[in-house]
Design a protein around this ligand. Structure first.
Ligand code: KG4
Ligand code: ZN
Length: 354
């Protein structure tokens, strides 16, 4: 059974803007309800990554990020045809309001507020985390199989959460990290090994050539009955191990990477299995930058296969890391429910939760 948002309108066009961290992104999403089906078309989607700029500093520098967003967001909006002659027509302008870097968020928000005012469009402030949830819905095969409740493992550079989606716009966070996010665990351990930023994708590449059992690393809270996670102990263990290995570290890099990856993925998959058993969702999804990790995808499929009635949704290929298409998609859910924000009041919410 396909599940569709209860839309008051038969079709709508949403402009999405994302500037919460180190990607500037603009998307135009056309969305319609035909019978019981959603028709979703991305007529424009472009992301300008700042990764090469921040790599020089070994991580994201907020002030540099904000300044770069200012230059990039205008270029991207221009290329999306937003400033073409005549008033651009959008039913809504959806922009990330948080969580993220305050100064970076404000660049997108100010652009969206101005455009919403000039074009007389509805303004929708989107929670970045809800955007990641919506990334799973952007995949056509997923929309066709989508049934609530959907359990989502949301794993990014800033967040690691297990979210139960009861409906569009109705979420319950059932588990979360108590310290570092899993993406942070990848990035910080990679940095300890001298790999460049962001370390997650590089570490995962090295891991394909390594032995995951070469080093026994801790799996914090794996036996804890709660659905919460912790990754900071792993980082400390890796720091000590690298100190002990000394110059030999570089010789055993693939084994070390495979062992770190196995420890992170073990924690994520065992907590997900516990959450499935506790909440009995109809579907399972994985989203966020870390969902690009092939080992995590493989191990989650194994977990899902242990629950015969569970539908494993596809990881959101093309929408893993931060992008505006997912912000426009979440915006379309809000629009369909008549939710909007005030143009004069919308402001950045850097610590926003789901
Ligand atoms: O969702 P995202 O773009 O940004 C946040 O909202 O935080 O996620 C970025 C994170 C980084 O920590 C990056 O290292 C991680 O996703 N990442 C990966 C992989 N690709 C990206 N981690 C592990 N394996 C990957 N293949
Ligand atoms: Zn993100």
């Amino acid at each position: 059974m396909a599940v569709t948002p209860k839309s008051k309108t038969s079709g709508s066009r949403v402009l999405g803007i994302e500037t919460s961290c180190d990607e500037t992104s603009v998307a135009i999403l056309d969305y319609a309800v035909r019978g019981t089906k959603n028709e979703v078309r991305l007529s424009h989607h472009e992301t300008a990554t700042q990764i090469p700029i921040h790599r020089r500093y070994g991580g994201v520098v907020p002030e540099v990020a904000a300044r770069t967003h200012i230059a990039e967001v205008i270029k991207l909006l221009e290329r999306a045809g937003v400033f073409a002659s005549g008033k651009p027509k959008f039913d809504a302008i959806a922009v990330t309001k948080g969580p993220g870097l305050a100064t970076a968020l404000r660049v997108g928000i100010e652009a969206a507020r101005t455009l919403a005012y000039i074009t007389d469009s509805t303004l929708i402030g989107v929670n970045h985390l809800e955007g990641h949830l919506a990334s799973a819905w952007l995949v056509p095969q997923n929309r066709a199989r989508w049934e609530f409740p959907v359990l989502v493992l949301l794993v990014s550079g800033g967040h690691s959460e297990l979210v139960l989606m009861k409906d569009f716009c109705r979420y319950q966070v059932v588990g979360r990290t108590r310290d570092d996010a899993s993406g942070e665990a990848f990035d910080k351990t990679a940095k300890l090994m001298g790999l460049s930023y962001p370390g997650g994708p590089i570490l995962s590449k090295y891991a394909t050539r390594g032995n995951p059992d070469a080093f026994r690393l801790p799996r914090p809270m794996i036996h804890d009955p709660s659905l919460d996670m912790s990754f900071s102990g792993l980082k400390t263990a890796v720091r000590i191990l690298i100190h002990e290995l000394g110059p030999r570290t570089q010789d055993v890099l693939p084994d070390l990477c495979a062992s770190i990856q196995a420890a992170i993925v073990d924690v994520l998959t065992s907590k997900t299995a516990r959450a499935i058993a506790a909440y009995k969702p109809k579907c399972l999804a994985v989203v966020g930058g870390v969902s690009a990790n092939p080992h995590l995808q493989k191990e989650l499929r194994k977990v899902a296969s242990e629950f015969p009635d569970l539908i494993m949704l596809e990881p959101p290929k093309g929408f893993y890391t931060d992008n505006a298409a997912m912000i426009a998609a979440a915006g379309s859910w809000h629009l369909a429910r008549g939710k909007s924000d005030s143009i004069s009041k919308l402001d950045a919410a850097p610590e926003l939760d789901l």
